[in-house]
Design a protein around this ligand. Structure first.
Ligand code: BGC
Ligand code: BGC
Length: 628
């Protein structure tokens, strides 16, 4: 347990260990099992041994960090820099054996019982193992809570960022961050891998919906969500650490290829993709995740200039840098070279996320053979420990179960509904077809996204790529419509629009994309699929006034179909509160949403962005109608 890599000063290290052991025995409720006999020459009476400085909640964080760091072996330091997905733990005891500093849940990496209690129990169990180690350093547990606490069954699912960009409402977005943090805290978790401050410039990119929009200023304005996540003080029970990701240029890759290459001069690269991080750092964002992508052919994970010189130096970032999922393995050379390149570039914690045995051994070797200076390790560990102290993890390491009641609460769902209303963008409204009267006799609803919680929530919902169907409690758009119209109105629903005829006063057609996430969402053609075209054909044949609601993670090319539609609403990926869509359609809310992306006329125009010298889109960036 106490092997140390430091062979030059064995006595100093041994006496430190002994002192720590004695201190531990004196103050911890469950005494550590000593593997080294107590030193007889320094028999301080237990009552006289003060608790180590780092355990003193009143001591300044910097002093606590220095005190703890001075007592750590290389092995313990390496452990702090290691992050493993819970699913890759061979044995829970490895948390202690390898001194792991962090665990994560990747998309869909959930406990057997996906309930608040199931999460809390899992978290507390892992945490108790971390606390059983010599120095008792708590874990920091991270998760992708990117539109609410989206891996958790029953959580409130907010609109994806593209919809929040359309609201142009940074205060609302901050509140969403606050409520999401409460739901995350309700499962014990300390840290979210959000917000994505990507600036999506090419809608073929499958992560376009994770971006607040195509304009860096718009993206920057939404950094308020960080204040929501992190609360007024990180030490508050319902504050969680935020992550600005993916640094940088993830949204600017050629042809919108996920993990691709962004080609730009440094000045352009900074103006488009680095400015949002300045806003995040001003808001004291706790961590920043590096992008899988490359800049001018060089992988961001090895870019010392941008990570260390620019982020940590020039922009004064004081938090810690985390790598993306197995991204270190994409660097050049053998594994040892990949690890040392990443750490020397300035990465502080590695999302390994699987083989911790090889990673920890490799990192230790790279320090011992001089490829990574000890000063770099100490900087990395200090940054991580600083956040752990600021989060008060040493004082409150376990889940605070009082917050679980917030998960999916009525108050949170109300805010999500408000966000949905504000995110809708009205793009066409011929003869003021909208708002619809609530007392129509007959309404026909059709389309594959009208009655599907999974489809209206998109990727990163319960699972990584998301899926169709009743994946979690919520209100579908169809249900919202039914709950809005008068008691005398007949709402008829058929997914394929079968049975629609002239007798209906209006058809509401809810179409668009099906759930996807990174990689799988990259598409060459952004057009309506054959299922939607088929439904639209039947609706046109029926000759009924048509309202089209597009549920999608990005603009789709609809130039040929648009003339057939009386009204057209972009609803993005609204999440679980479909009532917000009905609120707009029936006039309980007068639309205010503005396009966060330029709407292209054709695939040939993509990429097309506000500020382009040639700019003739179907609808420009910022466009959005209201009711008279
Ligand atoms: C994604 C990140 C995410 C991480 C953990 C990666 O594949 O790029 O955005 O935070 O996985 O799930
Ligand atoms: C994602 C994880 C996900 C995993 C599945 C990663 O790229 O980021 O969240 O669980 O792939 O293999």
């Amino acid at each position: 347990m106490f092997q140390t890599q430091n062979t030059r000063k064995p006595f100093a290290v041994l006496s430190l260990i002994l002192a720590a052991l004695i201190a531990l025995q004196a103050c911890s409720p469950t005494p550590a099992t000593p593997t080294v006999p107590p030193a007889t020459e320094t028999p301080a009476p237990p009552s006289a041994t003060p608790a180590p400085l780092y355990k003193d909640a009143d001591a300044p964080v910097a002093e606590r960090v220095a005190d703890l760091l001075a007592q750590m072996t290389l092995e313990e330091k390496v452990g702090q820099m290691t992050q493993i997905d819970r699913g890759f733990l061979v044995s829970k005891d490895d948390i202690a054996k390898y001194y792991l500093g962090s665990l994560l849940s990747g998309g869909g990496s959930v406990p057997k019982s996906n309930t608040p209690e199931g999460w809390e129990d899992m978290y507390d169990d892992f945490q108790s193992i971390a606390l059983s180690t010599r120095l008792g350093i708590p874990l920091i547990y991270g998760i992708d809570a990117v539109h609410g606490h989206n891996n958790v069954y029953g959580a409130t699912i907010f609109p994806h960022n593209i919809g929040l960009g359309a609201t142009r409402d940074p205060e609302l977005v901050q509140k969403i961050g606050r409520m999401t943090a409460q739901e995350v805290a309700g499962t014990g978790i300390d840290w979210t891998f959000s917000p994505c401050l990507c600036v999506a410039r090419d809608e073929r990119w499958g992560r376009t919906y994770e971006s607040f929009g195509e304009d860096p200023e718009l993206v920057q304005s939404m950094a308020t969500v960080i204040d929501g996540y992190q609360g007024t003080e990180l030490s508050e029970g319902d504050a969680i650490l935020a992550t600005a990701k993916h640094f940088a240029g993830d949204g600017g890759t050629t042809n919108g290829k996920d993990q691709g290459n962004t080609e730009a001069t440094e000045a352009d690269f900074r103006a488009l993709f680095v400015t949002p991080y300045e806003a995040a750092i001003k808001r004291n964002v706790g961590s920043i995740m590096v992008s899988f992508s490359s800049w001018n052919g060089e992988k961001m994970h090895g870019n010392q200039h941008l990570i260390t010189d620019v982020l940590k130096g020039e922009l004064g970032f004081k938090g810690f840098i985390v790598s993306d999922w197995a991204a270190v393995k994409q660097l050049k050379g053998d594994y040892a070279a990949q690890v040392s390149t990443a750490i020397n570039a300035g990465i502080d914690m590695v999302m390994v996320p699987d083989d911790y045995q090889t990673f920890t051994l490799t990192l230790k070797n790279e320090v011992n053979n001089g490829h990574i200076p000890m000063s770099r390790i100490d900087d990395a560990v200090s940054r991580i420990l600083t956040k752990k102290f600021e989060l008060a993890l040493f004082e409150k390491p376990y889940a605070d179960r009082t917050y679980a009641a917030q998960i999916g609460s009525a108050e949170h769902r109300d805010l999500a509904r408000q966000a949905v209303r504000e995110s809708l963008v009205l793009l066409k409204n011929e003869n003021n077809l909208l708002p619809l009267a609530k007392d129509l006799d007959t309404v026909f609803v059709a389309g594959k996204n009208a009655d599907d919680l999974g489809n209206q929530s998109g990727g990163w919902t319960l699972t990584w790529q998301g899926s169709s169907g009743k994946i979690t409690p919520g209100t579908t758009i169809l249900q919202g419509i039914k709950d809005t119209v008068s008691a005398d109105t007949t709402v008829t629903y058929d997914r394929e629009a079968d049975g629609l005829d002239k007798s209906y006063q209006v058809a509401i057609v809810v179409i668009g994309e099906m759930p996807y996430a990174e990689f799988k969402g990259d598409k060459l053609l952004l057009e309506l699929d054959s299922i939607d075209l088929n439904v639209l054909r039947k609706v046109k044949e029926a000759g009924v006034p048509t309202v089209v609601v597009l549920v999608s993670g990005r603009p789709l090319v609809v130039t040929d179909q648009l003339p057939d539609w009386g009204a057209f609403v972009a609803a993005w990926l609204p999440g679980t509160e479909g009532q917000g869509v009905a609120d707009v359609l029936f006039g309980d809310y007068n639309p205010t949403g503005k396009l966060p992306h330029t709407w292209p006329r054709s695939m040939k125009q993509i990429p097309i962005n506000v500020g382009d010298s040639e700019y003739d889109p179907l609808f420009p960036f910022g466009f959005g109608l209201s009711y008279p």
